[in-house]
Design a protein around this ligand. Structure first.
Ligand code: GLA
Length: 728
């Protein structure tokens, strides 16, 4: 009896031994080492700079291996954090996973390692994946949890992956905020405790906390130096990123937030957990950002390598006051400045309930005939006349209790049978139940109908202005109500996949009341996100700084808006507003009719300058030079092409005092062996550019001695945008 039980427990390898099947998963600059012997536990031993298979013995001899179970489960060794907690059909609360098989194979864009872990007793399997993306320094990990038995099991915890980090002076960089103040950076020391970052919005997952973090291997986070692991979870719903510190290493557990979301896996069914995207860099936070950005443009963002159009969005210009004449005038105005696309925001739809404010009509995706008698055709015709493209706003996951959709399908809304509905925006907004295939069809149909009737639509702004309320699905069975948090996003993803299959070239922006959807959970289907409803240039420097840690400029919609700013009331010169927006995906969101002629003339020049450097900003490597968080009175960043033959530098004055003096600006992104001609891209007066304009300066000097920018930063809200071009 005793012997049998011994046989049925998964073996553990003695620490310190290299007699094992070791797998080295590598990218050009990083490696992950896993020990996975048949009928034993699997272990992560190392994640860091690239090493080779020949280094394995040295790795063990150095004793720096970590022996972190790749997917620790609850119930036998019960103490400590776990990746998986399952109750099996007979009530047993433990899972004991043992390596069955390891397969390594190539996919078109990556090298895969697949470890099959079987329970020693129950018909229950976890397939654990590690994917090294070609041409990038990203390795991702996720699992497929399979119930091969006949009876259901319940998953109470089911993370995507774990990654151990050697214990030293470890710090964490993470991002949180709220509406109008997204992606604020927090940096804190990780002591002998547990840190949890989670988001419980249910629909959007980047407002209050972003599903991304960095962990340093030793010491305070630095921009250009130090070893840092970057992790971001490609999931659009609730997440939990948890670090648990032990004496030798701390471990990151990342996955779907399991709270109020236990998941019943029926016999024969499986659940695939979201991908955890990982990178490692010895070049500080900057290195992590560049690695993630590169991966994102190649693999993580829809059409991530296709430069974006310069647009005018109607929202801050007219809010809900949409009509044919006003839209046509805005199109004419942006076209006259060199813009390429016009996006009609909220307010264009609803007939029984015309959308005049935020309290009606969501779901009634029919053009409001009173406001737009010529329909969308009238608008696309105006766009054509002005030689620009046309885009439109929708919020297809939502409804309002005052809408025809809700009147017809009250059972399509998340709700609870015996309780009154809680409502969101306008005391009216409710959330569609995307776990229901009929609702998925409706959402797909809303986009498909728009596009079929108006194939000239080139861009959709897809908004989501509410988190999950009324946690109840009329569609899901009684015992699976806890699946809503997961099924909502599986439904959303399915719908987006269908849309993308039919409309691969349609540009779609993810918006979630501002930056709620800056997340790799949705970005494979969206080209960009609305970074924040806050368009105040000064505050945007902080918001965009935090956002840039994990998201490349091409995804970051940044619009020049009115003076005084509608969110903060701040008054900022047009040049500054442009220089800030030009460091992302430039657009405008303003009533151009109200602009003075000289401002219009300036805007025309700035737009044309952006076109010159658009590829460098949107596709280039980011170097953050001076952080606004360092209180140096200014902030600066630059983008360079891959071979560093061109670059763009942005400088923003943040505070203004007499006697202020700024340190030399060292351009970290340049090639020291090259020479560059400097051009002032956006001088307010073209006859009086900054003194650097036209000068040829060596990369060595730009990096080592730096630029003295004091005379160029005269006055309040001074800013600079410089283009650098290699001179041979
Ligand atoms: C949200 C978006 C805004 C705008 C409004 C329209 O708040 O973030 O940009 O589209 O909705 O109602």
């Amino acid at each position: 009896m005793k012997k049998d039980l011994m046989f049925l427990l998964c073996g553990t390898l003695a620490a310190g031994s290299a007699l094992a099947d070791n797998y080295v998963i590598s990218t050009p600059n990083t490696s992950l080492v896993i020990t996975a012997n048949k009928k034993q536990k699997a272990y992560i031993q190392y994640y860091g700079s690239r090493i080779s298979k020949d280094d394995i013995n040295s790795l063990f001899d150095s004793r720096s291996v970590m022996w972190q179970d790749t997917y620790p489960t609850f119930g036998l060794h019960s103490s400590g954090e776990k990746a998986l907690y399952v109750t099996h059909s007979d009530g047993t609360m433990s899972t004991d996973l043992c390596v069955q098989e390891v397969r390594q194979y190539k996919e078109s864009n990556a090298d895969l390692t697949e470890i099959t872990l079987n329970d020693t007793v129950y018909p229950f399997t976890v397939k654990q994946y590690f994917k090294a993306y070609n041409g990038t320094d990203v390795i991702s990990t996720w699992t497929e949890i399979i119930n091969s038995g006949r009876k259901p099991v319940t998953l109470y915890k089911y993370v995507s992956g774990v990654i151990p980090v050697p214990r030293a002076e470890n710090w964490m960089t993470h991002f949180n905020g709220g509406w109008g103040s997204e992606e604020q950076i927090n940096e804190e020391y990780i002591g002998n405790n547990m840190k949890v970052i989670r988001n419980t919005d249910g629909v959007r997952n980047a407002h209050t906390s972003n599903p991304s973090l960095m962990i340093t291997l030793n010491g305070k986070p630095q921009e250009n130096t130090g070893s840092v692991i970057g992790a971001t979870l490609a999931w659009s719903g609730n997440f939990k990123l948890k670090t648990s510190a032990g004496p030798n290493y701390l471990t990151l557990f990342a996955g779907i937030d399991e709270e109020n979301a236990h998941y019943i896996l029926d016999g024969g069914k499986s659940l695939v957990t979201p991908e955890l995207i990982l990178t490692y860099s010895n070049d500080g936070k900057g290195g992590v950002s560049r690695a993630i950005h590169k991966w994102a443009r190649k693999y993580g963002v829809h059409n991530g390598e296709k430069p974006r159009d310069i647009l005018l969005n109607s929202w801050e210009g007219v809010y809900f006051k949409v009509n044919q004449k006003g839209m046509a005038q805005m199109m004419e105005d942006i076209a006259s400045l060199g813009g390429e696309l016009f996006v009609m925001d909220d307010g264009w739809f609803g007939n029984k309930y015309p959308r005049n404010n935020g309290s009606t009509s969501l779901g009634d995706w029919e053009v409001c005939r009173e406001k737009l008698p010529e329909g969308i055709d009238g608008l696309t015709a105006a766009a054509k006349k002005n030689h620009i493209k046309f885009g439109i706003w929708i919020e297809p996951e939502m409804s309002d209790v005052q809408s025809e959709l809700y009147e017809k399908h009250p059972d399509w809304v998340l709700s609870q049978k015996n309780r009154q509905l809680i409502t969101g925006r306008g005391n009216s907004q409710v959330i569609l139940d995307l776990s229901n295939p009929a609702v998925q069809d409706f959402v797909y149909g809303a986009v498909d109908r728009l596009m079929t009737n108006n194939p000239e639509i080139a861009y959709i702004k897809w908004d989501a202005n509410a988190g999950i309320m009324n946690y109840g699905s009329p569609y899901l069975p009684k015992n699976k109500q806890s699946h809503i948090y997961v099924e909502y996003h599986k439904g959303l993803t399915k719908t987006l996949q269908r849309i993308r299959e039919k409309y691969p070239d349609l540009v779609i922006q993810a918006c979630g009341a501002g930056g709620g959807r800056a997340s790799y959970g949705v970005l494979p289907y969206y080209d960009e996100f609305w970074t924040s409803d806050n368009t105040d240039a000064l505050q945007r420097i902080y918001i965009q700084w935090g956002t840039s840690m994990f998201y490349p400029a091409i995804t970051m919609a940044a619009h020049v808006s009115a003076n005084r700013n509608h969110q903060t009331g701040r008054t900022v010169p047009l040049k500054y507003r442009f220089d800030v927006a030009m460091s992302g995906r430039l657009g405008m969101e303003i009533q151009l009719r109200d602009m003075s002629d000289s401002d219009k003339e300036y805007a025309r020049r700035a737009i044309s300058a952006y076109k010159e450097v658009r590829d460098v900003v949107q596709l280039g490597d980011l170097y953050r030079l001076v952080s606004p968080y360092d209180n140096k009175g200014m902030a600066s960043l630059m983008y360079t092409t891959e071979n560093k033959d061109r670059a763009v530098v942005f400088v923003y004055k943040m505070t203004h005092f007499s006697g202020q003096s700024f340190a030399r600006l060292h351009l970290d992104g340049v090639d020291v062996s090259k020479k560059y001609r400097i051009k002032d891209l956006t001088p307010r007066d073209p006859k009086r550019p900054a003194s650097f304009d036209g000068k040829v300066i060596s990369g060595a000097v730009l990096k080592a001695a730096g630029l003295d920018i004091n005379s160029a930063l005269n006055g309040e809200y001074a800013s600079l945008a410089l283009e650098l071009t290699e001179v041979k």
